[in-house]
Design a protein around this ligand. Sequence first.
Ligand code: ARG
Length: 249
Amino acid sequence: MKKTLAILLAIVAVLGICLCTAGCGTKEKEKLVMGTNASFPPYEFVDDNGNIVGIDAEIAKAIAEKLNMELEIKDMEFDSLIPAAKAGTVDMVLAGMTVNEERKLSVDFSESYAKGVQVIIVAENSDIKTNDDLDGKMIGVQAGTTGDTYCTDDFGQDHVKQFANGALAVAALTNGQVDCVVIDNEPAKNYVAANKGLKILETVYADEDYAIAVSKEKTELMTKINKALAELKEEGKIKEIVSKYIKAD
Ligand code: ARG
């Protein structure tokens, strides 16, 4: 009788230890590192408290939660994001990043989670009325973006001035250093709202899909990210995050 009791107690003790290591938070959560370029409101920007917030930051957080991982955000130049994913210094890139064939040679993309449109910002009194008027003008872009690539291909390098971020390109437009800025529509709206005397042309430059970039070697992570994304879409969570930052107009 005593013996059975001892065995029983031993079993209970072992079970307890097992349960505790599994669930008592003794093990730290694995990190999920997101790379971004936080000068792209409303997708990613630095708030008044110095935190990186925005649509991408919140989607990343929701994915991390589903994966039971802890999100860490690394802010860097837009140009450095794909190299960082390749080198493994970040696990995933969320940066309003457009899916395109050239990038697909370097990284894998998740299912798309948002649409982007390249638009043209000009001064209110500009003689640029449509895309056709861009010939011979000086165009400001964020270095390494699709806006940069399109404009360089269409109008030549001499007509494209690269800036480290969209805000600097827009500042150059306000100062008259460039004649227009080609950039994604939602950031464009933010920049135009924050700067007097600018407007967005009605004619658009290109339609795009945004997705999450992951190293080609992290196929297992990519599968998990796509599963989490699908669930978040299904649950209406993506819509909820987007409508928090983008008010219907
Ligand atoms: N959609 C454009 C691209 O992929 C611009 C993205 C810029 N994103 C940023 N976080 N600065 O090239």
